[in-house]
Design a protein around this ligand. Structure first.
Ligand code: GLN
Length: 223
């Protein structure tokens, strides 16, 4: 395993563990061979090269960030260089503007519309090529996803479909409205690890793990 060292300690990617799809991200990071850890409280923000804010319910995660006093340390860690990736609800929390609501973290210059595709029943799967991430199509899973309806000039669009942006980034923040952690594809996790300055053990193009099952993350549930 090749890890960037901070002092003598390997820098890890944290997964914000307040609510939502935490385990699926942990499993992908383990498969990728990068150091990872759960981030539940202020003291967990040490040695983080990056943080994943998972999908779930953005209004709930936002309240828990305030309730546990984590919001300030998250923003301070970001100022000090920690990269952040938000999937779905995580993307909503990172946005500068949320239609009809108050924004939470305001770390990327995008406007999002929550539940832009409709209800849970309007969830769907698709696939697309994200040329910056991998040369082959990546499976996309949209679950009551938001639409990114606008992005500022400082934001790079990684995937646009029809009238909405599905993936974008600035220098320190990556957002995807879909869920790569709910497929066997590690391409986005590898991309984020590289953005964090870590070298994933698994390289290659669009790496799809043949051993992945949609229930394989459950082994983390009791930890
Ligand atoms: N609809 C949810 C929200 O507004 C996001 C759904 C998800 O993360 N899959 O927070």
């Amino acid at each position: 395993m090749s890890l960037r060292l901070v002092g003598n300690i390997p820098a890890a990617i944290g997964v914000l563990d307040l609510q939502g799809g935490v385990h699926e991200h942990l499993e992908h990071l383990e498969r990728l061979g990068v150091a990872y850890k759960r981030v539940k409280q202020v003291g967990d923000f040490t040695n983080l090269a990056g943080l994943i804010i998972p999908g779930g319910e953005s209004s709930c995660i936002s309240r828990l960030l305030n309730f546990f006093g984590i919001k300030d340390v998250l923003l301070e860690s970001h100022r000090r260089g920690m990269k952040i990736w938000g999937t779905c609800a995580g993307a909503i929390l990172l946005a500068r503007k949320v239609v009809g609501e108050t924004a939470c973290l305001n770390l990327i210059n995008i406007t999002v519309e929550r539940n832009g595709f409709g209800s849970q029943l309007d969830s769907f799967v698709s696939e697309a090529i994200l040329p910056d991430v991998a040369a082959e199509p990546i499976p996309l899973t949209f679950i009551r996803a938001p639409k990114i309806i606008d992005a500022g000039p400082d934001v790079k669009i990684l995937l646009k479909i029809d009238d909405y942006i599905a993936a974008a980034e600035n220098k320190s923040v990556l957002v995807t409205v879909f869920h790569p952690e709910l497929t066997g594809c590690l391409a986005l996790h590898r991309y984020f690890s590289s953005k964090c300055g870590l070298n994933p053990a698994i390289s290659g193009n669009n790496y799809i793990d043949p051993l992945w099952k949609n229930s394989s993350w459950t082994k983390y549930a009791g930890i």
